[in-house]
Design a protein around this ligand. Structure first.
Ligand SMILES: Nc1ncnc2c1ncn2[C@@H]1O[C@H](COP(=O)(O)OP(=O)(O)OP(=O)(O)O)[C@@H](O)[C@H]1O
Length: 594
């Protein structure tokens, strides 16, 4: 449902004010551009006055004065050239810097957005806001902002001077002016709505494109390219229709307005000639009047266009400022330091993403220092949620229990400081665009090359890295696409080793690998896990067997805990359900009943 008008106007005004805060940081060039715009407008009006003097003196036959005025006209025109140059360059320069700052600000803000917001958005839509919406804003600032100073000033200057020459002629000539303003304002509002819709569709198209490229193997194997293409096509059509609707309105309203603009000239020539015949107006005055009236009409021709561009820009501005209005994750809070208290403790934690669908229920456990805990349980039972809460991605509300790390509450802690205690390795580790060395060094950005190599050696990755065409400087491709799954995991383990955090959160890093790659990654993991506290979401029998303790999570509750042998002995849920999943039915039976 569309927001009420007053709210939309307020939102547009707020977005505009926000834009001005960025422009004001580069006010030097903006002021230079604005002053030049004022100067350029004054020069235009001044030229009109000189033309009037010139024709009057010529009529009176004052030859030397005429020559003097001609020189002055040339001089004034010459001064106008740098003034117009500075008007355009000054505003463009400050706009370019302002847009650079906005991009920085948006990017910085996105990095600080809480994960619970980002998880709900499509990255393609966010990307579209940063690229095409900001592009539209930049276009407005560099193309239209200077004109917003120049044209109204030119209009006011010419208007005042025209009134002074012959106010009646002026008033009659511009009778139709309010009509054109009303038409352009009305059309501008419609354009803002259409532009917002077109930009939102662009966002959806980007989502579609990103899904097609990012999920290419799935797209190919499930023969989805046709379906995705069709949905892209229909979005494209919708976007084209919206843009066409914008152009359609622009293209009938602009000629209409231009025609309205011609009427004052026709009127001025007719009525002015009548006044001359009555001796109430000089020929020079009429020539100057027509020159200035023409100048006066130039802004009137441009202002409607400026208004429509401004509405278009405010649609884009709103989409960008929507992201910025999302509160950033609180970067303050108490520091968590490593102490002798248990590394991880959950006390009566109950949590839900949506009200009414509990995910964790009164969950309590303590992970002792240096131990490896395997979390098992049915899919959707809340295992990954435990990790998300531990890293502070979703803050606990009052009454939802307590989570502590080294005896200090996660709630209200400094998130960066908190996360410095964890290394996370997931089933499919994320590699960034860049080299192998870069990707390992993301574990600790001040690490030396020797430390990167040492980490790679410990992660059993050095040998394969050295066999790559450019060794550590080999480009890994998008998301590490040039490497095998096992190689990617070993780079991720090297990154975690370099980070050297005391607590490991593993989402079974070998579960997506074939047995051959698994062996090498397991060896790397053993190095990583030694002397660290580890919680591992277990999918493999070998992992649960090697864990110090296994915890069974069922619908957000801890229902069984013990070593592999103890849980087998108990013949409870673990022995009956999960072991079969890990080892296959036959193997589990064999183990259970021996
Ligand atoms: N960001 C989210 N917003 C809403 N619901 C979510 C979100 N993330 C997870 N859930 C829901 O929470 C429940 C627990 O998810 P979680 O990922 O913790 O389970 P899991 O035990 O790790 O499952 P799996 O073994 O399949 O990875 C699921 O029902 C899931 O749909």
């Amino acid at each position: 449902m569309a927001a009420p008008k007053s709210k939309r106007v307020y939102a547009a005004w707020k977005a505009f004010r926000w834009l001005l805060t960025f422009v004001s940081r580069h006010r030097g060039w903006m002021i230079a551009g604005t002053v030049s715009a004022i100067a350029a407008a004054i020069i235009e009006v001044w030229t009109g006055s000189l033309i009037e003097q010139l024709t009057s003196q010529a009529e009176n036959g004052a030859g030397p004065v005429v020559i003097e005025i001609v020189w002055t006209v040339f001089l004034v025109i010459l001064i106008g050239v740098p003034a117009k140059y500075l008007m355009i360059y000054g505003v463009e320069k400050s706009s370019a810097f302002a847009v650079r700052d906005i991009r920085n600000h948006v990017m910085n803000h996105i990095g600080k957005l809480p994960i619970h917001y980002v998880e709900k958005q499509h990255s393609g839509d966010i990307l579209s806001r940063i690229s095409s919406d900001l592009q539209l804003i930049h276009q407005f600032m560099s193309r239209d902002l200077a004109q917003w100073f120049y044209h109204p000033l030119l209009f006011v200057g010419c208007f005042t001077y025209l009134i002074w020459i012959q106010w009646e002629l002026m008033m009659y000539s511009l009778l139709l002016f309010p009509v054109s303003l009303l038409v352009s304002h009305w059309i501008g509002k419609q354009l803002q709505q259409l532009t917002e819709e077109a930009q939102a569709n662009m966002g959806r198209m980007n989502m579609n494109l990103q899904d097609t490229l990012g999920g290419m193997p799935v797209v190919k194997s499930y023969l989805l390219s046709g379906m995705l293409f069709r949905s892209y096509q229909s979005l494209l059509l919708l976007t084209a229709q919206k843009k066409l609707a914008v152009k359609k309105r622009e293209s009938w309203v602009n000629p209409l307005l231009s025609t309205l603009m011609l009427s004052p000239i026709i009127f001025a020539v007719s009525y002015g000639s009548y006044l001359i015949s009555k001796g109430e107006l000089g020929t020079g005055e009429l020539i100057a009047f027509l020159y200035l009236l023409n100048l006066c009409l130039e802004p009137l021709d441009h202002i409607p266009e400026l208004i429509t561009h401004t509405f278009e820009m405010s649609g884009a501005l709103k989409r960008v400022s929507d992201i910025l209005e999302q509160p950033a994750e609180n970067q303050e809070g108490h520091a968590i330091t490593k102490t002798a208290s248990p590394p991880v403790e959950f006390r009566d934690v109950s949590f839900s993403y949506e009200t009414g669908s509990p995910i964790l229920q009164n969950l309590s456990f303590t992970v002792p220092e240096g131990k490896t805990i395997a979390l098992v349980g049915a899919s959707g039972g809340g295992k990954s949620t435990v990790f998300k809460l531990l890293c502070g991605f979703y803050p606990l509300e009052d009454g939802q229990g307590n989570i502590s790390v080294f005896g200090q509450q996660v709630k209200g802690s400094n998130p960066e400081q908190l996360r410095s205690h964890f290394s996370v390795v997931t089933q499919e580790s994320y590699l960034f665009s860049g080299t192998v060395a870069d990707n390992i060094a993301y574990g600790r950005q001040d690490a030396s090359m020797d430390e990167v190599i040492a980490a790679a050696k410990s992660a059993q990755a050095h040998a394969f890295i050295m066999s790559l065409p450019e060794g550590y400087q080999t480009y890994v491709g998008e998301r590490g696409g040039f490497l095998s799954g096992g190689q990617r995991q070993r780079i991720a383990i090297a990154r975690a080793l370099l980070k050297n955090a005391p607590i490991l959160l593993l989402d079974e890093p070998t579960s997506a690998l074939d047995p051959e790659s698994e062996g090498a990654v397991q060896e790397a993991l053993q190095v990583l896990m030694s002397e660290r506290t580890t919680i591992v979401i277990a999918h493999r029998l070998s992992t649960v067997q090697n864990a110090d303790e296994i915890w069974v999570l069922e619908q957000g509750r801890l229902v069984e805990a013990g070593t592999h042998a103890q849980l087998l002995e108990k013949k409870g849920l673990y022995a009956q359900s999960y072991l079969q999943e890990f080892a296959g039915l036959a193997e589990s039976k064999e183990v259970v009943y021996t």
